[in-house]
Ligand binder design. Structure first.
Ligand code: URA
Length: 219
């Protein structure tokens, strides 16, 4: 395994992130695996964000646009943020793995990153956390929770509690693509929403009665 150290330099957060972006472009630990595609997809959003959301890896749409979470799962995510009263540009959205995992005869199909691919890219996202210094991190899906937080076991056991990544409180929720796969069952929507309510509460954000009741069964 090829290792490489991340260097954080620059006067502002934006400059430091730009530096990380260019190191990610030529990230030898990832490229040397030979299992990831070439195009690098970094992050989007505010360097001053209080909320950082982390996904597993870019897919077809993200590789095409060069931006995380722009496909159907990304639109879901944008909608969830809107329900929280948060703009996509106010948060920091990144992926653990910066390259789309490769597959034979690949067209629009995507696969989850492997533990090796996640380990290879982990120093980059940890450096992003140290630059942005979000108040909370939201790990999207079980694969991300394994790679980013080092959790193991059933997905259900990862949720509903605060973990820590580099000293920052981290919460695990469903990957937004799971909402699409399950055809948007209200129970899953409510569970994801309860994770977001917990995040809002942790940040001291105002929560309206209407927001409290989203996706509850109708009486
Ligand atoms: N799924 C992810 O985990 N990340 C993206 O950027 C898009 C879909």
């Amino acid at each position: 395994v090829v290792s490489q150290a991340v260097v954080v330099s620059g006067a502002s957060k934006a400059e430091q992130l730009a530096g990380l972006r260019s190191q990610a472009e030529n990230w030898a630990p990832a490229q040397s695996l030979g299992t990831l595609r070439e195009k690098m997809v970094f992050a989007t959003g505010s360097p001053d964000a209080e909320i950082m959301l982390v996904g597993e890896a870019p897919g077809y749409n993200e590789e095409k646009e060069g931006e995380p979470f722009v496909g159907p799962a990304g639109q879901k995510l944008t909608g969830i943020l809107k329900a929280m009263g948060v703009d996509r540009g106010d948060v920091y959205i990144s992926n653990l793995v910066k390259f789309r995992p490769a597959m034979p005869r690949q067209t629009t199909n995507n696969r989850k990153p492997t533990p090796e691919e996640m380990a290879a890219c982990l120093p980059l996202v940890l450096a992003e956390i140290s630059v942005v210094q979000p108040k909370i991190i939201i790990a999207l899906g079980g694969t991300t929770a394994e790679g980013l937080i080092g959790l193991e076991g059933a997905f259900g056991s990862m949720r509903e509690k605060w973990h820590e990544v580099a000293g920052t409180p981290a919460r695990v929720t469903y990957h937004p693509s799971y909402l699409l796969q399950t055809g948007g069952s209200n129970q899953v929507k409510r569970s994801l929403w309860e994770d977001m309510l917990a995040a809002m509460q942790k940040l001291g954000m105002p929560i309206s009665d209407k927001q409290k009741s989203y996706f509850l069964p109708k009486p």
